[in-house]
Design a protein around this ligand. Structure first.
Ligand code: ATP
Ligand code: MG
Length: 138
């Protein structure tokens, strides 16, 4: 059974012109890209996206970063896409990420960590619907 997850190429990676390199890794790993869009989130849109983290100390800084410049949002599909994409991204903190992962290669810090991925089927459904209407998933 194929599964879908929401991926973001975060503003730090877009600023460093790493969109192409990251998408190449996505395709090489066997995901189908079902939707893709460049967005510049407002602070309120970033807060809505990361609402589960609103009580965390890093929430103001995280949402400022996520609204600081353009990002690329994608819907990825594969068997076990949620776990598969998180495995390709690596640990949240690039200092702890395994060799060969995107965050090891592309991330700057625990906050400016290049990519996002949904963490469960429920969050994937929320996050995909946050950015895309059903007819845009092709
Ligand atoms: P994401 O949800 O972006 O895929 P994640 O699931 O690996 O990342 P979360 O715990 O959901 O990590 O945190 C969301 C984001 O908040 C992280 O990707 C990172 O940008 C930021 N973040 C997490 N922990 C910290 C921290 N201790 N300090 C600063 N920023 C943090
Ligand atoms: Mg998360």
């Amino acid at each position: 059974m194929s599964e879908r997850t929401l991926a973001i190429i975060k503003p730090d990676a877009v600023e460093r012109r790493q969109i192409g390199a990251i998408i190449q890794r996505i395709e090489n790993t066997g995901f189908q890209i079902r939707a893709i869009r460049r967005v510049h989130l407002s602070k309120a849109q970033a807060e809505g996206f990361y609402a589960v983290h609103r009580e965390r100390p890093f929430f103001p800084s995280l949402t400022a970063f996520m609204s600081s410049g353009p990002a690329v949002v994608l819907v990825l599909e594969a068997a076990g896409a949620i776990k598969k994409w998180r495995a390709l991204m690596g640990a949240t903190d690039p200092a702890k990420a395994d060799a060969g992962t995107l965050r090891k290669e592309f991330a700057e810090s625990i906050e400016r960590n290049a990519t996002h991925g949904s963490d469960a089927p429920e969050t994937a459904a929320y996050e995909i619907a946050y950015f895309f209407a059903g007819f845009e998933l092709v």
